[in-house]
Write a protein that binds this ligand. Structure first.
Ligand SMILES: *Cc1c(COP(=O)(O)O)cnc(C)c1O
Length: 376
């Protein structure tokens, strides 16, 4: 992970990550389960928030299963986790076998060729190796297709040397409570799991739900759920109140305040023209910091709870806000405007930018001074 700004005084913005809130979100999700394990998805550096610190805190809270996407994410994570299981969602590439064994990483096998690589490795090692099998029930990205699954189950030697720890699949529309694809995928997955249980082991654990799937009801929980975004405060379901606690607060530093005359333009393209005389605050954050350019003319910031509209275009390193209605002398250079936080949740920013909270989080840059709170 790139180095973040080292010094709050020198950075254009302050990003506060509340690790305690991540832990409480994990505990809330865990409390919705009866018997299923609650894993944590910490791929992409825990959605940009810091995988090592978050995984350590969650493991203290009792989380024993962690998912990353890339092999090297697993290698880094191992230095923060002692005995917890680390699953690598992308699975192995040929030639990477040693890395998995050295760092005790468990591959998710997503295609027949990956299973073949691992079967060969097991034969060479002369022991059973832990794996997860990913079955495709409708995403058409990774995972054994129904036909590949049939072929696998018909082959008596298919699982030689493999210690299958979990059979998993992934929902395409889990964030939509009433989408019938959820029930269809659930049915297909249940049938596949039954066949695996009949062939491999009667107690073989299964996992279907990510954050959103947890809220579809207990039958979607299986033996393990794999939340990511909900841990980081993102809304797991569309169109209902978000039960998760916000995790980040992004405060942009005011570099300059100035009066503008009626008709004066602000920013690139002169896209904003002051309708009346007013005041503009310039803040040291831009699209290079993940404050998406598509927020131009749409977003707001907050100053001590008061809303101030973003005006003009988002630049690479700068933002401009209309602070005309704040009392004069209320703000001064060096003060912070809240760009993201309790008043301005990541899902609101995402909607205004025409994207999803996942992209808002993973786009967060590394020029912020990062402040971690709530670690115990
Ligand atoms: C990213 C991912 C998750 C976590 O998804 P969220 O929607 O963030 O909870 C779970 N499972 C798989 C396979 C994933 O790729």
């Amino acid at each position: 992970m790139p180095k973040s700004a080292r010094n709050e005084g020198r950075a254009g913005a302050l990003l506060t990550v509340d690790i305690g809130a991540v832990v409480r979100n994990w505990q809330l999700l865990n409390s919705k389960l009866s018997g299923a394990r609650c894993a944590a998805v910490v791929k992409a550096d825990a959605y940009g928030l810091g995988a090592g610190r978050i995984a350590s805190a969650l493991s203290w809270a009792g989380c024993k299963d962690f998912f990353v996407a890339h092999i090297d994410e697993g290698v880094s994570l191992r230095s923060s986790l002692a005995t917890q299981r680390i699953f690598v969602l992308h699975g192995p590439f040929p030639g990477t076998e040693k890395v998995f064994l050295e760092h005790d990483l468990i591959p998710v096998l997503n295609a027949p060729w990956q299973l073949e690589v691992w079967r060969r490795l097991a034969a060479k090692e002369g022991r059973n190796l832990p794996v997860v099998l990913h079955l495709d029930t409708g995403m058409t990205r990774l995972g054994f297709t129904p036909a590949e699954t049939d072929a696998l189950l018909a082959d008596a030697a298919a699982f030689t040397g493999l210690d299958i720890q979990l059979v998993m699949s992934h929902l395409a529309c889990g964030d939509e409570l009433n989408n019938r694809m959820n029930a269809e995928q659930h049915l297909l997955f249940s049938e596949m799991v039954s066949r695996f249980r009949a062939t491999v082991a009667p107690q073989l654990p299964c996992s279907l739900a990510a954050s959103s799937g947890i809220f579809l009801g207990a039958r979607y929980h299986g033996d393990m759920v794999r939340p990511g975004i909900a841990l980081y405060g993102g809304a797991p379901q569309e169109g209902v109140p978000n039960p998760m606690e916000p995790v980040i607060r992004l405060q942009g530093k005011i570099l300059r305040l100035q009066e503008v005359e009626k008709g004066q333009t602000v920013g690139y393209g002169a896209s904003y023209r002051a309708p009346v005389k007013g005041r503009v605050a310039t803040v040291g954050v831009g699209y290079a910091d993940g404050y998406l350019r598509s927020l131009s003319g749409k977003a707001h910031a907050y100053f001590k709870g008061q809303r101030v509209p973003l005006i003009g275009r988002v630049s690479m390193d700068l933002l401009t806000f209309d602070v005309s209605h704040l009392p004069e002398n209320a703000v001064k250079p060096g003060d912070y405007l809240d760009l993201i936080g309790k008043d301005n949740p990541i899902d609101t920013i995402a909607r205004q930018a025409g994207t999803i909270s996942y992209e808002v989080l993973t786009a967060l840059g590394h020029r912020y001074y990062r402040h971690y709170i709530g670690e115990t």
